[in-house]
Design a protein around this ligand. Structure first.
Ligand SMILES: [Ca+2]
Length: 535
């Protein structure tokens, strides 16, 4: 490994010298990033091999795997020159930041393409130090796939006053969760699909008390989910609140969702349902695994991941094995007492990013590499392998032709989170699931309009107080639901919240919201001029 790296580094040095000599050779033109086009004798710069080192965090991290060669061939054909990748596999989640800091500390050890996540402070210092490339001019030339895929809102979170020093490497689907309900239980009991919260609650009661699985035993629950607040979305969201987020109020100010009076109503309902045995008590314990309970099939409804509805999802397969006649339906979000409804939106910022560093001799070409990876074709190739050889599509349904171990050996997913597409390029999603993801973008919009997803990571008050405030919220809310606390505990929570730092936290949130709105407007104008024409 080290040997190979040294050799490659030596090659890079030579390539760099060559590049320096031939830099006058036009690297303009040839704008076609998706089709290779001809080389028009662009000189040595275009015909010499392109060496690209890249840090990788996801997947099996299989060295010298099939996928590396496959991607190199794909890139070489696309760029019309030999492309040689150097994979720099990062250590695990506890060590990757140390490793990246080390690499970024010296220009000689910097990768050409840097993957990073949860390193806002370091990221800002890299920008300050001038070691990251502003991608805008390169994206304008070679970034069409990337610019077409990411939305304007998503790119805003990687915008730095007219420049972009990073791109999202992975952005969750904008709406990736849905209300799930046992259709076969509805049919068994002769019930209608609920559309309002009241109807939903009646169905959950029937799922608890009326033996929906017809085995003569009272052994089912109405509702379950993981130990987090989004799992309760059908109850909170129908009341127009999200207890994890800052929400814009009718008067334009911002409040922490957990303190809003509607939360009390939802908590009261949850407390009643818990007492009635409708809510699976495992839901208020930290170790619950809703995925396992989804598969077991003794609970009638969950608010859960859309991807679990894929026929090939392991938990869906276990569910079908245990419950051959079982069927989960995905429901539209429940209408609440005031007629509001929404699904849980994701923030759309991206949770991990890719940057091009100053070590890249040809940033233009490196962006071409990223842009090719962002194509549907290449995304599919590096994630799933070759159609007919590693998988097939049966009427649109993905069928693996290899097992998990073979996939690891091939290195499939080695390049995940380097601009991973979640649209139709994710061919593991059935057409129905793809449609559902699209629908959830719309049904999550009403809450997305209320939530402030903060762009700035510089939130002093939040950093200082949030851990304690969140602890206070969780103890109070779970205590109320489980019946250990009276519903009046909500009012004392709100009081204590503002006394114990909540006031400062909300003031900060309002200031940030105001400046962020201004910045978003400025970005919108910039986007129209600098990005929209290049899509
Ligand atoms: Ca039963």
């Amino acid at each position: 490994m080290t040997n190979r790296k040294t050799k490659l580094l030596a090659l890079t040095a030579i390539a760099a010298m060559l590049a320096a000599c031939s830099n006058s050779g036009g690297n303009g033109g040839g704008g076609g990033s998706e089709s290779s086009g001809t080389n028009d004798g662009g000189g040595a710069a275009a015909s010499k091999p392109l060496h690209v080192s890249i840090t990788l965090m996801g997947g099996p991290k299989t060295p010298d795997a099939w996928v590396e060669t496959a991607l190199e061939e794909d890139l070489s054909a696309s760029l019309n020159r030999k492309v040689d990748l150097e994979n720099l596999f990062l250590p695990g989640w506890s060590d990757y930041k140390t490793k990246l800091n080390l690499m970024m500390g010296d220009r000689k050890s910097m990768p050409d393409i840097l993957w990073h996540s949860d390193m806002e402070k370091e990221y800002n210092s890299w920008i300050q130090a001038g070691v990251l490339v502003d991608l805008v001019p390169h994206l304008q030339k070679h970034g069409r796939n990337i610019l077409d895929y990411y939305t304007e809102d998503t790119l805003f979170y990687s915008w730095d006053d007219g420049k972009m020093f990073r791109l999202p490497g992975d952005v969750a689907e904008l709406g990736s969760m849905t209300t799930m309900l046992r259709q076969d239980w509805l049919d068994n009991l002769g019930l209608q699909t609920p559309t309002t919260l009241d109807q939903f609650v009646e169905v959950l009661r029937a799922f608890t008390n009326d033996d929906p699985d017809r085995n003569g035993k009272k052994d089912t629950f109405g509702f379950v989910g993981d130990h987090d607040w989004r799992a309760f979305a059908p109850f909170f969201y129908s009341h127009g609140v999200d207890v994890d987020q800052f929400l814009v109020q009718e008067d334009g100010t911002v409040k922490y969702g957990a303190t809003m009076p509607q939360v009390k109503q939802a908590l009261k309902l949850l407390q009643d349902l818990y007492a009635e045995g409708v809510i699976d008590p495992r839901m208020v314990t930290p170790n619950v695994s809703a995925g396992d309970l989804f598969a077991e099939g003794k609970v009638g409804s969950l608010y859960y991941w859309v991807s679990f509805l894929n026929a090939g999802h392991p938990k869906q397969m276990s569910f079908k094995e245990i419950n051959p006649a079982g069927q989960y339906a995905a429901l539209e979000p429940m209408l609440g007492p005031d007629g509001f409804s929404a699904d849980v939106p994701s923030d759309g910022k991206g949770w991990s990013f890719v940057s091009v560093t100053g070590a890249a001799e040809e940033p233009d070409a490196v962006v071409q590499v990223l842009n090719r990876i962002a194509s549907k074709e290449t995304n599919t190739l590096i994630k799933f392998g070759k159609e007919g050889e590693h998988y097939k599509l049966d009427n649109g349904t993905f069928v693996n032709l290899i097992n998990e171990d073979e996939g690891k050996q091939l290195g499939l997913d080695n390049y995940t989170w380097i601009i991973t597409r979640k649209d139709e390029a994710n061919i593991k999603n059935t057409p129905e699931v793809i449609q559902l993801f699209e629908r959830r973008i719309e049904t999550s919009q009403p809450m997305r309009d209320k939530i402030v997803f903060f762009k700035s990571s510089n939130r002093k008050e939040w950093s200082e107080y949030s851990a304690d405030l969140i602890k206070l919220r969780d103890e109070t809310f779970y205590g109320i639901i489980a019946g250990n606390l009276d519903i009046g505990a909500f009012d004392s929570f709100v009081e204590r919240f503002y006394k114990q730092g909540g006031k400062q936290v909300e003031e900060e949130a309002n200031l940030l919201y105001a400046s962020q709105r201004e910045e978003r407007e400025k970005f919108g104008a910039w986007y129209r001029d600098n990005i929209a024409p290049y899509k």
